[in-house]
Design a protein around this ligand. Structure first.
Ligand SMILES: [Zn+2]
Length: 284
């Protein structure tokens, strides 16, 4: 004869009532978005708790990976692309036990539009396929381990000579591109430091075809966050190397398309550029 313990009996009773079990688990599902209004070039912080299996997350017809946190919740920092049309949107979270739709608002950041006339003779201004492909792939790196802790550092001393998000129209055409980082003006040879702990995923040089970016380093900080450092004079790291927050990765230069020595610093979430000023001096 089979003996049933009281615990097993309770389990069997719950299993026999699928609708009750469903209600139980959706009661524990929690989706938190502390700030539901963000500007272009910012990001929404999304946290899901009360779920054992990986939920799926959607924003503007794109899916974003949620990453497991030490408190066993799931988190994602969902970027709002700088050219997103301002207005109402929704974050959609789907789990085994239910679905949540969180209405959000995207506000304009009112960054200026720069009207640029291209000189047809300057074909050298075009990025090569090598740099485009390699940079894009590096910025899309999503590794599950969160390497960054503490506040994000400014990678170089010097004043900000150009803001993130300045919109660009070429030859009177529509605004299709923008400044994907900030420029920090500093003398050639000034040390450039990693903003946070991470793994070097790209070292590209002018001699390898980095004609526009110049000597470039990309660092993966984990959980969808990467940073880029461009126009470097020298590179002091290798691909695959783990770097600490504040570790020197190279020096300021003006390689690639750059008129004066400066550091172009970009921060990316899931391959989408967001404003580095959101990170500097902050922790997440
Ligand atoms: Zn720049």
């Amino acid at each position: 004869m089979i003996r049933l313990t009281p615990f097993l009996l309770i389990f069997l009773a719950l299993a026999a009532l699928p609708s009750a079990a469903h209600a139980l688990s959706s009661d524990t599902l929690r989706v938190e978005v502390p700030e539901t209004a963000k500007k272009q070039g910012e990001f929404f912080s999304v946290r899901v708790s009360g779920e054992r299996t990986l939920p799926s997350l959607w924003f503007m017809e794109r899916t974003y990976t949620l990453f497991r946190q030490p408190d066993s919740s799931w988190r994602a920092m969902v970027p709002v692309e700088n050219l997103t049309k301002p207005g109402g949107y929704a974050l959609l979270v789907r789990t085994a036990s239910g679905e949540r739709k969180i209405p959000v608002l995207v506000k304009p950041n009112n960054r200026k539009i720069q009207y640029i006339t291209l000189d047809p003779s300057k074909q050298g201004l075009k990025a090569t396929e090598t740099e485009k492909t390699r940079v894009k792939a590096a910025l899309l790196t999503e590794s599950p381990e969160k390497l960054y802790t503490g506040i994000f550092l400014r990678p170089s001393p010097g004043r900000t000579s150009s803001l993130f998000g300045l919109k660009r129209s070429y030859d009177g055409g529509p605004v299709e591109s923008y400044h994907k980082g900030i420029d920090i003006s500093a003398p050639e040879g000034t040390p450039v430091k990693s903003t946070a702990k991470g793994r070097v995923v790209l070292c590209g040089t002018v001699s390898e075809g980095f004609r526009v970016h110049g000597n470039t380093v990309v660092i993966d900080h984990g959980q969808g966050l990467t940073t880029i450092y461009m126009h470097l004079h020298t590179i002091a790291v290798r691909a695959g190397q783990l770097v600490e927050r504040g570790e020197a990765i190279g020096t300021v230069g003006h390689t690639g398309i750059s008129t004066a020595p400066h550091l172009h610093w970009g921060t990316y979430l899931y391959g989408t550029s967001v404003d580095p000023q959101l990170f500097e001096g902050k922790s997440f």
